[in-house]
Design a protein around this ligand. Structure first.
Ligand SMILES: Nc1ncnc2c1ncn2[C@@H]1O[C@H](COP(=O)(O)OP(=O)(O)O)[C@@H](O)[C@H]1O
Ligand SMILES: [Mg+2]
Length: 300
């Protein structure tokens, strides 16, 4: 099966009026596997939207190429099975939400009955049913964002390309979008989304790519990143405790000698000493770098 997204050596240089060059994207190569949720993480101005606009055929690359399901992005066929949420979606605001979905459905050549049924479904999913017959002009920012996602879902595509899908949403809206991404994954869909918020990646992604100043600086599975970030453990013990100063670098955290910080490499020895002293481990908590710390290290 062709990869949902295959990006090869993509570069983009913007040239301003006064001859100012911006290298927004530098030699980006990346492929996305079927069924994965991929987080495209980077600070503001990193080149995320530029990449996504190139993939959607809205702007052209200066160099390199890309395919969606094996089809060159310059062809309309490439986009038929893609749901796209632009950053700051600008929707025809004189239409009602339902009318707008009708317009999108027709663009994707959906049958009228399908459009009606799917519109109901996605309006419900994004909690927009009450506003469905009001002009978009009267929507809040969060509602426009949710309608933007609703239109991306409408034709039930195999691939989702979402530019900052959680932006402008309150915590309830963010949780809703994360739930939707998880359920898309369960149904075997592929999701590629951009964000500048590491917690969003931790919550839903299989893999993450970190882009900084137009360059892909890191690419890894979220699970591997999190595991490699383990620094040590906080261990609570009862009963006997190891003697202090026995040559190991774990240390008690509180005065009562019941809680220790144990670096990763001393863990096995610590457990041996505890049981030799007749003690018992009550609780182990992992101490790790979180994705935010990785992200900050990479960006710096
Ligand atoms: N049309 C444009 N003309 C000139 N520079 C642009 C244009 N669009 C984006 N850029 C620049 O390209 C860089 C990447 O922008 P963008 O892809 O929007 O970043 P991100 O989505 O990661 O925040 C930024 O420096 C931005 O100012
Ligand atoms: Mg952007």
């Amino acid at each position: 099966m062709a990869k949902p997204i295959e990006i090869s050596n993509l570069s983009k240089t913007f040239r301003g009026k006064k001859g100012i060059r911006v290298d927004a994207l530098r030699d980006l190569s990346l492929s996305i596997e079927p069924g994965e949720v991929f987080g495209f993480l980077g600070p503001n101005g990193a080149g995320k939207s530029t990449t996504i606009k190139i993939l959607m055929g809205l702007i052209t690359a200066t160099a390199g190429s890309a395919c969606l399901f094996g089809k060159e992005i310059s062809t309309a066929q490439a986009r038929l099975s893609v749901g796209y949420l632009p950053e700051n979606p600008a929707l025809y605001d004189f239409l009602t939400g339902r009318e707008y979905l009708g317009f999108v459905g027709k663009s994707f050549l959906m049958a009228a009955a399908d459009i009606e049924a799917r519109s109901d479904e996605v309006l419900g999913l994004l909690e927009l049913r009450d506003a469905a017959n009001r002009p978009i002009r009267s929507y809040s920012k969060g509602m426009v964002q949710r309608l933007g996602l609703a239109q991306a879902l409408l034709h039930d595509p195999d691939l989702y390309v979402l530019d900052e899908p959680m932006s402008g949403l309150d915590p309830i809206g963010r949780a809703l979008v994360k739930d939707i991404i998880r359920s898309l994954k369960q149904r075997g869909r592929t999701v590629f989304f951009s964000t500048h918020i590491t917690a969003d990646v931790e919550a839903v992604c299989d893999r993450v790519g970190v882009i900084v100043r137009g360059k892909l600086e890191a690419l890894d599975s979220v699970e591997h990143l999190m595991r490699s970030g383990i620094e040590g453990y906080t261990v609570q013990v009862s009963g006997g405790a190891p003697e202090e100063g026995c040559g190991y670098d774990f240390r008690p955290l509180k005065g009562d000698g019941r809680e220790y910080y144990v670096p990763k490499d001393s863990f096995n020895r610590f457990i041996e000493l505890i049981s030799a002293a007749g003690g018992k481990v009550e609780l182990i908590e992992t101490r790790r770098k979180d994705l935010e710390e990785f992200f900050l290290e990479i960006v710096k």
